[in-house]
Design a protein around this ligand. Structure first.
Ligand SMILES: Nc1ncnc2c1ncn2[C@@H]1O[C@H](COP(=O)(O)OP(=O)(O)O)[C@@H](O)[C@H]1O
Ligand SMILES: [Mg+2]
Length: 270
């Protein structure tokens, strides 16, 4: 068996926004083809920033990110042949579907990227139909994306990315805000993509669904450093680590005249 192909190398990545806000500090890790990684961390820890950097939408202010050996800097991203390869291989699903959708119809929305790639219109038509059918949203093809429900918009946003047939999928909190039926649909879709050999990097807060969507976790601290890069099972068994990352918190509960402490995830109301 051949060694797994190395896709991304992040070396001592720092990012500070132009207004001086620090967002990532000294983050290093690698991603191999077929990896299924969850990016964990509290709000503001830097998850979305990391995904934007991996998608080449911004450049690190320190350190370096390489995709298949090529450094993600403006000069390389503007090189037509690298740009084409990179945009074709890496798909990014934004947290906010509204920020991603801008075409008049769902069909045009999903056709946008394949057309940009310069595929012949017949090939575009086949890709769009296949993708809409895969996601069960063919009936929405003539609808205006901005008039759809939140869950439908999320499906269209995912369809836009899948229509490119990318090898790597970067997804920013794709589960947040979905109802239970949509959640299990998404988990199932992610499993099929993984089985098809895709590389998945998913930012999430959802500890409950982690075993179904990830094999490995990257945990960002509130100080924007990489607290852990570890197999999922190790992270789930290491409660202090999850508390340190702010993903679990201890609560004191009074029951009669005794007090005990419970661990809670942030999705539970208490
Ligand atoms: N466009 C921006 N300008 C300035 N600061 C930002 C911007 N976007 C995010 N930040 C800040 O960068 C830090 C990391 O944010 P973000 O990557 O969005 O974290 P997360 O996705 O984990 O919630 C936060 O302090 C956030 O307020
Ligand atoms: Mg975010």
């Amino acid at each position: 068996m051949s060694a797994k192909e190395l896709l991304y190398e992040c070396e001592n990545v720092h990012f500070v926004y132009p207004d001086g806000t620090p967002a990532l500090s000294n983050v290093s890790f690698r991603i191999w083809r077929g990896d299924r990684i969850a990016v964990l961390g509290v709000n503001g820890s830097g998850k979305s920033t990391l995904l934007r950097l991996l998608d080449g939408l911004m450049e690190p202010t320190g350190g370096e990110i390489r995709f298949m050996g090529t450094t993600l800097i403006e000069r390389n991203l503007q090189n037509p042949s690298f740009q084409r390869t990179f945009r074709q291989r890496v798909g990014f699903v934004f947290q906010d579907a509204d920020a991603q959708l801008f075409n008049a119809t769902v069909w045009d929305e999903v056709a946008f990227a394949p057309r940009q790639m310069g595929l012949p219109e017949e090939e575009v038509r086949i890709r769009v139909m296949d993708t809409l059918n895969l996601l069960g949203i063919a009936h929405l093809s003539e609808r205006a994306p901005f008039r759809l429900s939140g869950g439908e918009k999320r499906k269209v946003a995912i369809a836009c990315v899948l229509s490119m047939n990318p090898e790597v999928l970067l997804m920013d909190e794709p589960i947040a805000g979905l109802d239970p039926r949509m959640q299990s649909w998404l988990v199932n879709t992610l499993r099929l993509l993984h089985e098809a050999g895709k590389t998945l990097l998913i930012a999430t807060h959802n500890l409950h669904l982690l075993p179904e969507i990830a094999d490995r976790v990257l945990i960002l601290s509130e100080e924007h450093t990489l607290l852990a890069d570890t197999p999922l099972q190790d992270a789930l068994q290491h409660t202090p680590l999850l508390i340190e990352a702010g993903l679990l918190h201890e609560h004191l509960h009074a029951h009669g005249d005794t007090i005990h402490s419970h661990l809670h995830t942030h999705e539970h109301h208490h």
